[in-house]
Write a protein that binds this ligand. Structure first.
Ligand code: DMJ
Length: 420
């Protein structure tokens, strides 16, 4: 199975190289390319580099490192999304450096980190959504917990590897400022203003927009042995399990809850929320992790591939489409590592077979706009190579391929190794 996954990685990578080389993303149906901004940031190669290394595609990885070192420049007059560029690019450069020792990647990461730092210059210390890589100008004061709280693994690692403490301090302060604005019952909402520090949407959940905030409280406590993060994780997970978890006849789920009152207000579960069994497993809560992964698996098998969101009371689709997302596979990987139960590899085989059956194209893989009709759309996000195929590969590979006692994977599946 690992070899089959590796072959499919090569298939998608060859398609990217042939039709989109040097650009951010491949368009897998029209065989063109898409750049996020006015200049390419060479996103797919940076995001995919450590997957190649873990798969032992060493010649390809060496060529890709050379290309990145010679062609990637952050000296661009573009407003980038701090969160996305941090998790994909900063994370990819740092793990690429740690796996190869190529100092050119660390230099690029340091340059990028410096250019992203002005994002934190808000009155609260919580980052603006966008920052201009050349001028340091910022925009976007309405943001969410994920975009504020999913930075410490990357900025913290950059601090540890460069000796520049400012990166750790800025990202940690943002995380703490967010945590300090939790409600009296310990929950965060969906939107917050970084200038005023006031919540503009009080709906609490574990899905997109909050998801990786929880993940980084736990992972930063592990990677950096940071007792503040551990304390914040402990109190947060207690509140989430008390007010957001929902036991239903259809399974164990997490829904939507008002952050102030604790009143349950919605029954949607997103594909993005399927990262949570993995985080629960990493925290040692195998009981909830197992139950939630079983629920997510039901969601995947409803139509043979995972919808973007369902209503878990009615088991009907709330958002159609499959974006080639990794989360449910990531959770199967953690559960397999921590339980050794072959059930999770069986799930992985089902995920892989669905991907090949419905998303594979002649040149790569395509997202779906409709999981019932299995209609493909012209998108293959870089996380498909960074995460989806990496977690599948790791699920079927021996544990030495990635030692979880020495590595913490960022939210884009870039492994950070505690070398300090
Ligand atoms: C990835 O960029 C990351 O996993 C992020 O945390 C959520 N969205 C995508 C994958 O679905």
């Amino acid at each position: 199975m690992a070899e089959r996954v590796r072959q499919e990685f090569k298939h998608a990578w060859e398609g990217y190289k042939q039709y989109a080389w040097g650009h951010d993303d491949l368009k897998p149906l029209s065989k063109g390319y898409h750049d996020w901004y006015a200049h390419t940031l060479v996103m797919t190669p940076v995001d995919a580099l450590d997957t190649m290394m873990l798969m032992g595609l060493n010649d390809e990885a060496a060529k890709t490192r050379d290309y990145i070192a010679n062609n990637l420049s952050f000296d661009r007059d573009i407003y980038v999304k701090n969160f996305e560029i941090t998790i994909r690019m900063l994370g990819g450069l740092l793990s690429g450096y740690q796996l190869s020792g190529d100092k050119r990647l660390l230099a690029l990461a340091d340059d990028l980190g410096t250019r992203l730092l002005p994002a934190f210059n808000s009155p609260t210390g919580m980052p603006y959504v966008y920052v201009n890589l050349k001028t340091g100008a910022v925009r976007g004061e309405e943001t969410n917990p994920a975009e504020i709280g999913t930075l410490l693994i990357e900025f913290g690692t950059l601090s540890k590897l460069t000796g520049k403490t400012v990166y750790y301090e800025k990202a940690k302060r943002a995380l703490v400022e967010l945590y300090n604005r939790r409600s009296p019952i310990g929950l965060v909402g969906s939107s917050i203003n970084v200038k005023t520090g006031k919540w503009s949407d009080p709906v609490s959940h574990i899905g997109g927009g909050i998801d990786s905030y929880y993940e980084y409280l736990l992972k930063a406590s592990i990677l950096f042995d940071d007792p503040d993060c551990k304390r914040m994780w402990n109190s947060t997970i207690d509140a989430v399990n008390k007010y957001v978890a929902d036991d239903e006849p259809t399974g164990f789920w997490y829904g939507q809850t008002n952050m102030n009152t604790g009143v349950h207000i919605g029954n949607d579960f997103e594909a993005l929320a399927a990262f949570f069994p993995g985080t629960l497993a990493l925290s040692g809560d195998l009981d909830r992790a197992r139950k939630l992964e079983d629920s997510a698996y039901t969601m995947w098998t409803l139509y043979g591939i995972e919808p973007e969101a369902i209503n878990y009371k009615t088991m009907t689709i709330a958002s159609n489409g499959y974006e080639l997302r990794p989360e449910i596979i990531e959770s199967a990987f953690y559960l397999y590592r921590f339980t050794g139960n072959p059930r999770y590899r069986e799930m992985g085989r089902v995920f892989f077979d669905s991907l090949v059956k419905y998303c594979r194209t002649d040149v790569a893989f395509a997202a779906l706009s409709d999981v019932k009709k299995k209609t493909q759309k012209d998108e293959m996000e870089s996380f498909f190579l960074a995460e989806t195929l990496k977690y599948l590969y790791l699920l079927f590979s021996p544990p030495e391929t990635l030692d979880l006692s020495k590595n913490v994977l960022n939210t884009e599946a870039h492994p950070m190794r505690r070398t300090w």
